[in-house]
Design a binder for this molecule. Sequence first.
Ligand code: AMP
Length: 421
Amino acid sequence: MNYQKLKGTLDFFQEEATKLRFIEEKAKSVLKTFGFEEIITPIIEATDIFVRSSGDNSDIVTKEMYTFLDRGNRSITLRPEGTASVVRSFLENKLYVNSTLAKFYYCGPMFRYERPQAGRYRQFMQFGIEVFGEGGPFLEAEVIISAYKLLVALGIKGIKLKINTIGDFASRKDYADKLKTYFTGQIDDFCPDCKKRLEKNPLRILDCKVDSGKELVLKAPKIKDSLSLTSLNNFNEVTDILTTMAVPFQIDESLVRGLDYYTDTVFEFILDIPGELQGLAICAGGKYADLVKNFGGPDIPGIGYAFGVERIMSVMTSQDLFTNLTKQTDIVMICLDPASKKMGLQLANQLRDENMIVEMDYKNYSLKQQFKLADKVNPRYIIIIGEEERNNGMITIKNTKNNTQEKIKKEQLIAYTKGKI
Ligand code: AMP
């Protein structure tokens, strides 16, 4: 049998797995300073959850979901994004009862049947946040600031924040009507998706992967002419706060986001330095004023974003931002006979209780072979136990840095190594 991973999926092992977890841990530590707590939802949900949230004519729902019938004939979907599941959980568990602002982060795999290419996979990791509650422009700005701080903490250079507003429900409807009038009769040479979008969600024509560069699209009516005063003021305040906080941004009127549930502020972080990763989107998000309500819940607005972890990983690798990620072994035990191995095993586990990373040979390799194995993992110390040491209750400990060795009582081992590792 030919074992091969599925197209558009990745294996992470050794250094790559460490990189992934490093990003996750860093992100968590930054978000915790903002008071976020983790939420873990299932990877599978009833299909309806995603249809209802993303919109039944969104790309995700029409083309990209991994949907199947389970053995009970229920339609199940592997989550293509995190927001819908978090909203479902927020409502089902009534997480709005005890707090006026609920703040969550999540991390895990998402699944989309997309055309695999560099930076675009069918299973990928997202790290995201969702906040529920009314917080006005300060909350919107803080959410964006948290994403920005996270990228700064990771050390990523050349990031550009693009921001826009797509207005509240009424502004958006007015804008959609204007776009419909504008594009009607003019898009014969547009892609089939855009023709469908004209009827169902003309805003999406603006960020179509195929047609968005066309002159007709570039000259289309702008959202700012449809914004209600409330939406306009809100957006101005958000950008004011970002300016005060020295978070650089660029207003991009073509940014409308792929999912139907967004309202008001939307944003994206892209990489903006020359090279093959130029333009790569690494984080996207926005406000969704009506999603919770549309799910049948109370009228509570939400706002969130999601990072693509693999994309962050490739940017960080290209910018040489991972250092010291190779496996570090503190001590290797070299034991010269089975009885010494038993003593070695005991000592190894005492050292591990003190958080030291200890490895040993489990077979009956010769002293020379064991030294060869130890060389490969490059430990700080090598401990040698043979018949003589065992009989005297001693061990030989070799410092690999300065190539010195001494004999110590086995009871002294923890104290001896602790301060040094
Ligand atoms: P979205 O959920 O589409 O708003 O995407 C949020 C972020 O997830 C994007 O900015 C990407 O960094 C990442 N992302 C989305 N789709 C994929 C994919 N198919 N493969 C890898 N990363 C992705």
